[in-house]
Design a protein around this ligand. Structure first.
Ligand code: NAD
Length: 295
């Protein structure tokens, strides 16, 4: 069997960003509207600082306004909620995201529920998750949305395919399973208590992993010809002591068995930010009663 085709998330995300930038320009020229994104960071977590910087840079490249806030690690929950409330009330801010993880003394659920659902561009608010469950409206969580876009570029018809999702987090696994269900796949969700995971994986036409376990999924877990999306981002030390990023899937083994696979890095990751920018554009249109462009 020949090697799997690489699903190039970098390239697909770059195309999406180009479209979002063009639509942002149209919005400005036709309606005088400039989408505004506020990414809120509490503390100095190094990975979060990189994520926030990327989001700011890409938002600016789209021609969007940046209202990001960087808050001290001692910021209290009450102070953070006050800032969220101010951003909610600012009509120039169309999208708000609060970077996770938050310090342990701040309840992430309370913070998410206090973001105006119309501005919740992460799609984490109960209102948006409820809309996802119902199958219409609402802002869709970015990583699952990006996964669906990658799948659609790979497989023209998802109808009836067996999709196995590894991981049941609120931000990836659960919303992704809903999107796969809406796309008429037959979905199995697995988690840390699942029995005989390799056997379940071997039944997957579409295998998507979001568990955060470096290279757990081996080649012999994969059905020949399956499509594999690897959401996991894990740090690994190589034999010569270098730090590298790897996914949840043993890439070298899986590429010999699957028909298409995402690399880590350069697969799902770039799609997450591109979808965040798309959500900000959509939120801006919806808040201003302007038709949402076809993307
Ligand atoms: P999480 O820790 O909230 O959830 C992990 C899930 O995996 C849990 O539901 C757990 O039950 C399940 N799990 C853990 N070990 C398992 C095992 N051995 N077998 C089966 N299931 C198992 O994680 P998360 O926030 O959903 O993130 C998961 C991974 O995806 C992480 O590596 C994270 O860095 C990555 N991630 C990547 C992106 C991206 O843009 N590419 C976005 C979000 C998360």
């Amino acid at each position: 069997m020949s090697k799997a085709r690489l699903i190039d998330g970098k390239e697909i995300a770059a195309k999406l960003r180009k479209t979002v930038a063009a639509q942002t320009l149209t919005l400005r020229n036709s309606y005088g509207l400039v989408p505004g994104l506020a990414a809120v960071l509490v503390g100095e977590d190094p990975a979060s600082q990189i994520y926030i910087r990327n989001k700011e840079t890409h938002a600016r490249e789209m021609g969007m306004n940046n209202f990001s806030r960087k808050l001290s690690k001692n910021t209290s929950e009450a102070e953070l909620l006050k800032i969220v409330s101010k951003l909610n009330a600012n009509p120039e801010v169309n999208g708000i995201l609060v970077q996770q993880p938050l310090p342990t003394f701040i309840d992430a659920f309370t913070v998410i529920e206090n973001v105006d659902p119309a501005k919740d561009v992460d799609g984490f608010h109960s209102f948006n998750l409820g809309a996802l469950l119902r199958g219409s409206g609402g802002l869709v969580p970015c990583t699952p949305k990006g996964c669906m876009m990658l799948l659609e570029t790979t497989l023209s018809d998802l109808n009836g395919a067996n999709a196995v999702v590894l991981g049941r987090s609120n931000i990836v696994g659960k919303p992704l399973a809903q999107l796969l269900l809406a796309a008429n796949t037959t979905v199995t969700i697995t988690h840390s208590h699942t029995r005989d995971l390799p056997e379940i994986c071997r039944n997957a036409d579409i295998l998507i992993s979001a568990i955060g376990q470096p290279e757990l999924i081996k080649g012999h877990w994969i059905k020949p010809g399956a499509i594999v999306l690897d959401v996991g981002i894990n740090r690994k030390k190589t034999k010569d002591g270098k730090q590298i990023l790897v996914g949840d899937v043993d890439f070298d083994e899986a590429i010999e068995i699957a028909s298409a696979i995402t690399p880590v890095p350069g697969g799902v990751g770039p799609m997450t930010i591109a979808c965040l920018l798309e959500n900000t554009l959509i939120a801006c249109c919806q808040q201003n009663g302007v038709p949402v462009p076809e993307i």
